[in-house]
Design a protein around this ligand. Structure first.
Ligand code: UDP
Length: 238
């Protein structure tokens, strides 16, 4: 336990990360893998909050671009995060990790409502808290929701778990000469318009000195290594 650099962590998982190589929805083997990684973190004494996106199911902007009312489309996106959160909860509980889903849109029959003090109490008791329904407001993203919840629970870091192993100066999939950054400042990210997370999330993290780590979640042990202060991915300092 004493080897941990970050004791309380907010893990942001994009919806697409749960999709694996599928083109839509939830890939159960990916979910099972992530649950295993989370179990290891908890076993080491990390207090963990998770925010899950919904890009694997529905994004508000995509609905709006097809003519839907933006607020309605975003509400649908937030509800889709609840589906992913329940799937994550199920995968964790099958591995005997105790969890609570707390939704920003009250949905008492399937989850607890989000109440900050109750959330921190769960964390203190070693329960993994899955924050569902984003911020509860349209026109936001789950990246911003991740930073917001990280600040509210007083997390030491927000880890954005992705398919790439950090932040590059250009898309490493398209450009083989792309260079990875080991460290960055939030201002660098905003100025260079790097696609790490949305600008609102970055700005919020900067305001409150919350470090952001971006790493590849598909490498076994990566998240735990990061929690112990190992060199993984890219760190963005305020
Ligand atoms: N969303 C929202 N408010 C929030 C968080 C999310 O309206 O506070 C909606 C929005 O439509 C978004 C969708 O939920 O497109 C899914 O979240 P996101 O796109 O951030 O998922 P990810 O890219 O992480 O998979």
């Amino acid at each position: 336990m004493s080897d941990l650099k970050y004791k309380r962590i907010l893990l942001k998982l994009s919806g697409e990360a749960l999709m694996g190589s599928d083109s839509y929805g939830i890939n159960t083997s990916v979910l099972d893998f992530v649950a295993g990684e989370v179990k290891d973190l908890v076993a080491f004494g990390v207090e963990l909050g998770i925010v899950v996106g919904a890009g694997n199911i529905f994004r508000g902007v995509a609905g709006a671009s097809r003519g839907m009312d933006r607020t309605t489309a975003d509400n649908m996106g937030m509800l889709a995060t609840v589906i992913n959160s329940l799937a994550m909860q199920d995968a964790l509980e099958r591995k005997l990790v105790t969890t609570r889903v707390m939704s920003a849109i009250p949905m008492q029959t399937v989850s607890e409502p989000y109440i900050r003090r109750r959330a921190t109490r769960h964390l203190e008791k070693g329960r993994v808290v899955i924050f569902a329904a984003g911020t509860g407001n349209p026109y936001f993203t789950t990246d911003s929701a991740g930073v917001l919840r990280a600040l509210e629970i007083d997390a030491d870091v927000i880890i954005k778990a992705t398919k790439v192993d950090g932040v590059y100066d250009k898309d490493p999939v398209k450009f083989p000469d792309a260079v990875k950054y080991e460290e960055l400042t939030s201002s660098d990210v905003l100025r260079k318009n790097l696609r790490v997370m949305d600008a609102a999330g970055i700005a919020l993290a900067r305001e409150d000195n919350l470090p952001i780590m971006v790493l590849n979640m598909n490498v076994r042990g990566n998240i735990l290594k990061a929690a112990m202060g190992g060199k993984v991915g890219t760190v963005i300092h305020a």
